[in-house]
Design a protein around this ligand. Sequence first.
Ligand code: ZN
Length: 429
Amino acid sequence: MFDQSLIEGLVSQNNYYRDQKEVRELRNKAIRMSHKHHFENNAFYRKFCKAKGITEEVSPKDFHDLLVPDGVFKSYELENPEKEPLKFKKWVDGIASIKTDFIPKKTNSLEEMLEEYDRNGMFLGYSSGTSGKLTFLPRDGFTRSMIVRSYVEAVDATVKINKGKDHFVLGIPGKTFLQVGFNGRTTAEDLSPGNIFFAMKELKSDIVRIRMRGPRSPKEYAMNELIKRMMPGMENNAVSGLAGELLKRKNERVIFMAPPFLIVNTARYVLDNGLDAKLSQDSILASTGGFKGRKVTSRDDMNRLIKEAFGVDENRYIDLYGMTESNSIMVECMEGNNKHIPPWMEVVLFDDHMEPIEPKGKVTGYYGFLEASSRSFPGFIMTGDKITVDYDGCSACDKKTPVVSGIGRAPLTEGRGCAGVLSKTVGGA
Ligand SMILES: [Zn+2]
């Protein structure tokens, strides 16, 4: 039913360069197939569609109507899902299009609950907003493999990775259910297994939840005090660990990816301590997640810091844009530092009245997207971001897809994101 080979043909870097009319046809076909699958297998989605008079067969003019608000993925009414495992599983099964067949046990921690789902084939990756309520996305094996494929194809189209040889230095935890951590780790493992350094070993979801929403029980109050005392040490360790690894790789080609605040702090650490961590000229610096909750360093200042600390030119510093609900990442090309929409992603912008904006020229609106590659949940999402898309594309490189700029949160939506979580846990902000 779910046509995997159709998706695999779509999620390919060749499609950046092909005639976009042909790619659009392929994408439309994949979205229609994916919609039908979710309509048939997802109780929530079917109800959502039926309320709008949408049936299992759709055409591109219906696409903007298929977008599910991202709030759906945190709509469970439980403060601590691990304490009411059956109720939470019912919620997961309700929003998922693939059911997992197991009876969840009551666990002592959120982390153990997520591990139990993982063992049973469903990865519940999360992100968190300032309210501390975690957003969970249920991903089965195929959907996870599509994250890896989509990231690898998008990164490889831009950077040309020396597979199996390039060394990755990542400012993320090695083990975590935080979605950005999973995406970074699995992509690097696919591209260059065994050549990855992580700034920290592990980040437990229970700690993230306490940091984001505040402690709620005596046990959490005690934990929070402990975390607060350890926090400055954690950030210092992450920064000095990253700097130490880069120093070790001096004059080598390195791919250094981290939330921007960690790149800035690592560069400052190198400069303040008079260290020579100049990398090979063909190294890549990549940031993702913005400066949520932290003092923003301008792009010009980042370029200058990166050049001074690591000797890498500004065009080789690229920013990435992704989100927990998406299987894909928008990567800046090195020719023009423009963020390209992957050809397997359908972007829809909406105006203030939530009417779809015609995809022409340079337009700004509320950001929704359709991704056919999600099998275990409908990858048709209305996000809380407002972005600008230039449908005329990029004049600097050969890719033929539209580019995105001016990314921000829409007013009245909660600031959220993976860099926000890392900033509030590792960074102690
Ligand atoms: Zn470009």
